[in-house]
Ligand binder design. Structure first.
Ligand code: APR
Length: 237
């Protein structure tokens, strides 16, 4: 089995996508039975959708909240938390996922670039920080308001909005000597560009997933397999 060796002066940047949570029972987006096969992005995941029909947007994310609450971290999430425990500040995790399975597995040095399912924030961008919110809403009347009067919206980066924490992410990519990308189709930007940024800095780049992503040619290694089967034995520290 392929081993990726991590030397004492390596710094590891990990990017994960929906595929890492697939073995926890959460659907990916672009599979034939994935989330975007059953829902139109334009109806539930754009600023226009929120303006037009906030009830439908909350219905979609409430469904994802109930699925997320039932799911458990799988061996892939655990393997990354264990790697962080060994590498400390030489490890950084950026996830595109809005579920909380990485933190429930023990990851700490992580950012959610596309937001978090367990939080909500003011629709008016009034400057107040996101609040914890795990409720599964049955109607829009149940959804709370911010202190400024704005309605609470899911703390999710909709298509057309700018991903979160980009400065910190860019800084960590600049420092990384090894980038490991897990379970993402390479079809959403800027995340699909991270591998190019890492390569420009001379880093080794490894992809793990059952099929090659769209940006496969940018990786120095592609390890084909399920994240939960590959990651626990992948790293030699
Ligand atoms: N282990 C690893 N990878 C897997 C597994 C698995 N067990 N099962 C599926 N995959 C891979 C698929 O091969 C696919 O390449 O996960 C990838 C999922 O791709 P997408 O559905 O496109 O999900 P993702 O790349 O995370 O989407 C990016 O798009 O809709 C937006 O904001 C949403 O963060 C999301 C972004």
């Amino acid at each position: 089995m392929t081993k990726i060796s991590i030397a004492p002066d390596d710094r590891v940047f990990v990017l994960t996508g929906a595929g890492i949570s697939a073995e926890s029972g959460l659907p990916t987006f672009r599979a034939s039975d994935g989330l975007w096969a059953g829902h139109s992005i334009e109806d539930v995941c754009t600023p226009e959708a929120w303006k037009r029909n906030p009830a439908l947007v909350w219905e979609f994310y409430s469904g994802r909240r109930s699925d997320g609450a039932k799911a458990e971290p799988n061996p892939a999430h655990v393997a990354l938390a264990e790697l962080e425990a060994r590498l400390g500040e030489r490890f950084f995790l950026c996830t595109q996922n809005v579920d909380d399975l990485h933190e429930r597995a023990g990851s700490v040095r992580l950012v959610h670039m596309h937001g978090e399912l367990t939080k909500a924030r003011c629709e008016r961008e009034c400057g107040r920080p996101p609040v914890e919110d795990r409720k599964v809403y049955k109607s829009l009347d149940e959804v709370g308001r911010c202190a400024c009067g704005g309605r609470l919206r899911p703390h999710i980066v909709f298509f057309g909005e700018i991903p979160l924490e980009m400065e910190r992410i860019q800084d960590e990519i600049q420092k990384a000597t090894l980038m490991v990308v897990v379970g993402t189709s390479g079809s959403v930007y800027p995340a699909a560009n991270f591998v190019h940024w890492a390569r420009q800095r001379g880093a080794r780049t490894v992809y793990v997933g059952p099929e090659a992503p769209l940006n496969a040619s940018a990786f120095t290694h592609v390890v084909e397999g399920k994240a939960g089967e590959v990651l626990p034995g992948l790293f030699a520290v």
